[in-house]
Design a protein around this ligand. Structure first.
Ligand SMILES: Cc1ncc(COP(=O)(O)O)c(C=O)c1O
Length: 449
């Protein structure tokens, strides 16, 4: 019996380790891939068709929210955030409140603008932004509050919205790592003045890289569209690089029905990769991080330079992938919810007191959680336990172990001082979070639920 339970857990975790946490569009067939390839190779030369694809994607994305047609896409979430601050004329001397439990690329967007990032804390039951902590930080310099929903769990957004409304501060919901979760039937993203989404390859909707912003106010929306019109596109060579990355991730994740097909895939990707490597000897394949401010920290420029336009338009081939992802989202969201249930059931099987260990929000009937990751933080789960899980899931799998993740430098350079977000520090030190996009066949095979 114990052996069977262990086997179940092992299969679940081993599958998560297939290629980290990236699901790689394994549902696409060769015909889909060829269609995407055609868009990449014609990209930037058939502007009308490209624009049509991007508009269709934006329309479809906005159908998840209360105001229709109010989405503007960019090549990443951070660029969408940066662009919003630009059109709102946020500038040096202004403050933007973010949680300390965020990613360095968000902070860097604020630093690029020249404004000051100010850090609020999180709440232990949601892992999201804390209303009380935000209320304490708002002052006359505050131009925007960014409220983050984490791991698929809605934060106490209504309370934050009430505070922002009372104090006259613009509220941006950061939905980068929470898509389509609901509070009393209302989806996150609908509570603030605007909402930010990331669609990079680790997020619920995967377009390799990408992000978009949902804006309620029509005049601000118009300004954003005008601004987006003026910014550069990612050049075709780099789009081809990104397409290669997409093919690689797809190949790794595909359930190949024959050995021949898998060899074919390996060969095609290898051949293309070789050509690209030779052509762009020094070019990196992936759109790297952007985790420092090149103007403020020129001394760090060499090691982490940003080799793509910032901000940039969302490439059309990614919009096409996004359309497919959104079309199948219903299936994906159910899959994710079932995987969360199976993680919890596995814990119960191991006689772990889930009420003690898991965040309260998992038991809140007002919430519909569409999980990005299954998350908990508890002192009981010490380093030894984490290492055990790490033998099955790659170590990068634990997100937000420290404040301001993905910052390769001292976070004081980002204006974060120890103790700014004490709960984020404490919770991060004991956090465990696992992907919720595992292979369906593994679950069925092991009859997990
Ligand atoms: C919470 C959060 N917000 C925003 C972003 C920015 O998204 P992007 O990588 O698309 O710029 C990230 C990136 O992972 C994130 O974790």
């Amino acid at each position: 019996m114990i052996l069977k339970k262990f086997n179940t857990m092992y299969s679940l975790l081993r599958d998560a380790n297939k290629y980290g946490f990236i699901s790689g569009h394994k549902y696409l067939d060769n015909e889909d891939l060829s269609r995407i390839e055609r868009i990449v190779y014609r990209s930037n030369s058939d502007a009308e068709s490209d624009q049509h694809l991007v508009e269709s994607y934006e329309n479809k994305f906005s159908s998840f929210f209360e105001c229709k047609n109010n989405i503007v896409s960019f090549a990443s979430g951070r660029m969408a955030f940066y662009s919003l601050m630009r059109i709102m004329l946020i500038s040096p001397g202004d403050e933007v409140i973010l949680t300390g439990f965020t990613c360095a690329v968000m902070v860097n967007a604020v630093l690029r603008i020249g404004a000051k990032p100010v850090y609020c804390d999180i709440e232990k039951d949601t892992f999201g932004s804390c209303p009380l902590s935000i209320a304490k930080l708002i002052n006359t310099k505050t131009k925007m509050v960014v409220a983050q929903h984490s791991f698929g769990i809605p934060c106490n957004i209504q309370e934050i919205a009430d505070i922002c409304k009372k104090r006259g501060v613009f509220l941006l919901e950061d939905c980068a790592i929470t898509f389509d979760s609901k509070i009393d039937g209302r989806a996150v993203g609908n509570f603030g003045d605007a909402a930010l989404f990331s669609t990079d390859h680790s997020k619920p909707i995967n377009t390799i890289i990408g992000g978009c912003i949902y804006i309620k106010d029509d005049s601000l929306l118009r300004k954003m569209r005008d601004y987006r019109q003026e910014i550069p596109s990612i050049d075709q060579d780099r789009q081809i690089n990104l397409f290669e990355q997409f093919l690689f991730e797809n190949m790794i994740n595909r359930e190949c029905d024959t050995i021949v097909r898998s060899f074919q895939n390996v060969f095609t990707v290898f051949k293309r990769q070789l050509i690209i490597t030779i052509k762009n000897k020094r070019r990196k394949i992936y759109l790297e991080g952007d985790n420092f401010n090149p103007t403020l920290f020129p001394q760090l420029h060499d090691s982490n330079y940003c080799n793509y336009p910032y901000p940039a338009k969302f490439p059309a081939f990614m919009a096409y992938i996004g359309l497919i992802e959104l079309e199948r989202w219903k299936t994906e969201r159910e899959n994710r919810k079932q995987i969360l249930a199976s993680y919890i059931k596995t814990m119960v099987n191991f006689r772990i007191d889930i009420k003690e260990v898991l965040p309260k929000s998992y038991f809140d009937d007002h919430l519909e959680i569409v999980p990005l990751r299954f998350v908990f933080s508890n002192r009981r789960f010490n380093i030894a336990y984490k290492s055990l899980i790490n033998t099955f899931v790659d170590t990068e799998a634990f997100w937000f172990e420290k404040p301001i993740i993905c910052c390769p430098h001292d976070i004081t350079l980002m204006g974060y001082n120890a103790g700014d977000a004490p709960l984020a520090e404490e919770i991060g030190a004991h956090i465990i979070n696992l992907p919720c996009n595992l292979n369906e066949t593994v679950r069925v095979k092991n009859k997990i639920y």
